[in-house]
Design a protein around this ligand. Structure first.
Ligand SMILES: *[C@@H]1O[C@H](CO)[C@@H](O)[C@H](O)[C@H]1NC(C)=O
Ligand SMILES: *[C@@H]1O[C@H](CO)[C@@H](O)[C@H](O)[C@H]1NC(C)=O
Length: 787
């Protein structure tokens, strides 16, 4: 997040906050002991927030206002308002990446949940929300202790568009609906929208980032500070916009962050169509828009988007930016006003209204009566919180292969296990990036060691695995032990922020080590991989000597325990891949800079993600095995869905126009804006039976595919609903899906217009076709759904 020049700022920030003392909750504003400010209207908690905000803005000078436009917002001592550092991070636990939060004293660590890609693999929305609640408890506790902020620039909801992306690990994967659901759930958990202070009060303010089409860091000489993402209207509407729209509309997030890159020639932080029009007006953001750190400076200095810094400041504020992470607006906004490039009232006051409203919703102007005051050090790293970190890892870990089956291993029959590999005894590797200081760790070696005797060998000195000097000791260990667990994969030296991968294979000589160990091992060989992005492990998939393969992602502080519990069958794995695992050849002729989601056979462009790519894969999106077996059947579902029209349009008049020729050929597609969409949903009941011998949780991934005639550019299939359900052995559970017809059964034409194709649609669960139904326009404007 931070280019070089920002580090100095962080340093200064840290020093100044130490000098200033550490109790922001009593000193930030409206201190009841401060007679001069406590009775001012903006301090009166009983008044409506917009009245208080207007009062406060009316008291500020231009110079004071400008100093509030940046993340290190300056105090206004004459009004009793303290400094505030807006930048804190909580991607998967309270993090110390932002300068607003630090560890030490009574807060030596915080619960470090699995990296997001792992948690996403649980496909359990209530888990995502529960993690958000725990993280915001810990954040409030740290704020109360003077160690944390209240504005967290998490989650990262960019689509994992390209498997090489170094920050793919931070995201919930490649599917827009999964990413959007994750965003809404995690944000609800963080912000406490369902309770806490009540009304529009915020427990902490979350932020969905980085808006938009940001999913390239540094690839083949192109970096995010200079990249112009060329995105079609079609891909924008049905891929890149989806998670942000869901985050704002369903998650009610209090902030959106614009990105470093340009989209179609305009820096996102200077684009009024993206910020003002789409996020603010159309989606109705109730909160503030913040820049990525230094991104206003970046579009001036690196992209030369404007010729003067004042024009850059004006462009950002006019586009709808409210807060600059970085010093730029603090330095150039006053001159921009003086030069007549900006209006103090229209632009600066509006920006401040958005940021101050969030601070008031957080209770920062309520004096000593701030909410969540009871949370303190004992609420951080509590046993219950650490248990949830273990639970999340257990739910997210994916069993990719289980030949025989050989897993789970038996503690009785495998009393000695060789634990091999550069990731076999790691700690910080397990928490990935944007982490904090964990409460403690259980490494894989320690986790396995709780159940059996272990023989430990590194095999490679690190994940780069440049030489074979440690191979023979590892092979010897495998020869002696009753089973072998190799813990291999990647870490932040291979995939990270500002570090995209160049290929998908395991680094260095890892593959050779794995194959040699598997060849010599006495008992079953299990391969455990840590990685954020997908890895081409075709060799392991095809090698019969490798009995089991487990993907642990970056499983968090309790990762080693979760791995051991799965390997020994204490837990039944239920995770599913949130992204496609491609073979290395997929990258041939695939520029990371090509944003196109859809395949183009004439250009030999393969397309991206399970929705548009149909070529060879290693493991598909949604893949994941368990220790029991589930069967699912449709209990009831309509066979006809009739769409009521709004009365002004008929079916045929909506099918004309640009980009719709194939609809026109098929004759039918209704524009979503012409349909009466409200509450029009497809109700599907699915029975899930656990026919195996073990209790377990099953993830139902429900996809729809539109009529073939709709056009070659529609997704092959699109996830429309998912649900995780716990089913004890030999029992059955019924799951009800209500699929919003206009949102999920529509497709987007080349002009970016959402339409519902008439005709036969199909529902799949996983790879199984489970139901077909037809969509028609309702005559006489009546909606009918027939079973
Ligand atoms: C479609 O768009 C192209 C380019 O904008 C235009 O030339 C053409 O006339 C349009 N066709 C229809 C049917 O509107
Ligand atoms: C989802 O996660 C929650 C929180 O950990 C857990 O209680 C619940 O059992 C999980 N659901 C399923 C179906 O596994």
């Amino acid at each position: 997040m931070a280019p070089i020049c920002f580090f100095l700022l962080i340093l200064l920030q840290t020093i100044s906050s130490q000098v200033a003392g550490e109790s922001p909750t009593t000193s930030f504003a409206c201190n009841p002991k401060d007679a001069s400010s406590k009775n001012l209207p903006f301090c009166r908690a009983k008044l409506p927030i917009h009245v208080r905000v207007r009062d406060l803005i009316g008291r500020l000078t231009l110079q004071e206002k400008v100093k509030l436009l940046v993340n290190s917002a300056k105090a206004v001592p004459r009004l009793g308002i303290g400094d505030y550092e807006w930048w804190s991070e909580a991607l998967h636990g309270v993090s110390n990446v932002g300068p607003g939060t630090k560890f030490g004293g009574e807060f030596p660590g915080a619960t470090s949940f699995p990296q997001v890609i792992t948690t996403a693999a649980s496909f359990n929305a209530s888990l995502w929300e529960a993690i958000g609640r725990v993280v915001s408890d810990e954040a409030r506790a740290m704020y109360n202790g003077g160690m944390g902020g209240l504005t967290y620039w998490s989650p990262n909801v960019n689509i994992l568009r390209d498997p090489r992306w170094g920050r793919g690990q931070e995201t919930p994967g490649e599917d827009p609906v999964v990413v959007g659901s994750y965003a809404a759930s995690y944000v609800r958990g963080l912000q406490g929208n369902d309770g806490g202070g009540g009304g529009d009060r915020l427990k902490v303010a979350a932020c969905c980032k980085h808006f938009t089409a940001y999913d390239l860091d540094n690839w083949n000489g192109v970096d995010r500070f200079h990249f112009n993402a060329k995105v079609s209207k079609q891909d924008m509407e049905d891929t890149f916009d989806v998670p942000f729209r869901m985050c704002v509309k369903e998650g009610k997030v209090a902030s959106v962050m614009c990105s470093y890159n340009q989209v179609n020639g305009v820096p996102t932080c200077a684009d009024p169509n993206l910020l003002k029009k789409l996020v603010r007006a159309e989606w109705g953001l109730d909160g503030y828009i913040v820049s990525d750190c230094d991104s206003v400076g970046v579009f001036y200095d690196n992209q030369h988007y404007t010729s003067t810094p004042e024009e850059a400041a004006a462009a950002a504020l006019k586009a709808g930016l409210d807060l600059d992470c970085g010093p730029f607006l603090g330095l150039h906004t006053e001159n921009a006003v003086n030069k007549g490039l900006l209006s103090e009232v229209d632009h600066i006051d509006q920006a401040l209204a958005n940021t101050l409203t969030v601070q008031m919703r957080l209770g920062m102007f309520d004096g000593s009566s701030h909410p969540y005051a009871n949370l303190g050090p004992r609420d951080v790293c509590s046993p219950a919180h650490q248990q949830l970190a273990l639970e999340a890892a257990t739910q997210g870990i994916v069993l990719l292969k289980n030949r025989g089956p050989s897993l789970p291993l038996s503690i009785r029959r495998h009393p000695t296990v060789a634990v091999i590999g550069p990731n076999s005894d790691v700690t910080v590797t397990m928490i990935g990036n944007y982490a904090g200081v964990a409460c403690g760790y259980t490494t894989p070696l320690q986790g396995i060691g709780k159940y059996t005797r272990t023989i430990h060998q590194q095999g490679c000195s690190n994940v780069a695995c440049k030489d074979d000097t440690l191979f023979s000791a590892a092979i010897d260990a495998a020869r002696q032990a009753d089973a072998t667990v190799l813990v291999m994969g990647l870490d932040q030296s291979i995939e990270a922020e500002f570090r995209d991968r160049v290929g998908l294979l395991l680094p260095g000589r890892q593959q050779e080590l794995i194959s040699k160990v598997a060849e010599s091992s006495k008992g079953p060989t299990i391969l455990v991989l840590m990685s954020g992005g997908p890895v081409d492990i075709t060799f392991a998939k095809n090698n019969p000597r490798i009995a089991g393969v487990v993907w642990a992602g970056y499983p968090g502080q309790a990762g080693g325990q979760a791995i051991a519990d799965i390997v020994f069958g204490i837990s039944n794995p239920g995770g599913k891949l949130p992204m496609t695992w491609y073979p290395e050849e997929y990258l041939k002729n695939l520029e990371m800079t090509d944003m196109g989601m859809r395949s183009s056979p004439s250009k030999r462009y393969p397309g991206r993600t399970y929705r548009f790519y149909k070529g060879p894969i290693v493991y598909p999106f949604g893949h994941g095995l368990g220790y029991t077996k589930f069967v699912q059947t449709v209990a009831s579902a309509p066979t006809v869905v009739a769409i009521p029209l709004d009365g002004h349009h008929t079916e045929t008049s909506t099918s004309a126009g640009n980009g719709t020729s194939s609809f026109a050929a098929a004759g039918k597609a209704i524009r979503v804006t012409h349909a009466k969409c409200n509450k029009l949903s497809l109700g599907v009941d699915v029975d899930v039976r656990n026919v195996g011998n073990r209790d377990g949780s099953h993830t139902l991934l429900v996809y729809s595919s539109p009529p073939a005639a709709a056009g070659h550019w529609v997704p092959h299939k699109q996830l429309v609903a998912f649900e995780k359900v716990y089913v004890p052995a030999k029992t059955q559970r019924r799951v009800r899906f209500n699929i919003h017809v206009c949102k999920y059964l529509s497709v987007v034409d080349r002009s970016g217009i959402r339409r519902i194709p008439m005709g036969r649609h199909h529902l799949h669960i996983g790879d199984h076709l489970i139901h077909s139904f037809s969509i028609q326009a309702a005559s006489l404007g009546l909606g009918v759904i027939k079973s």
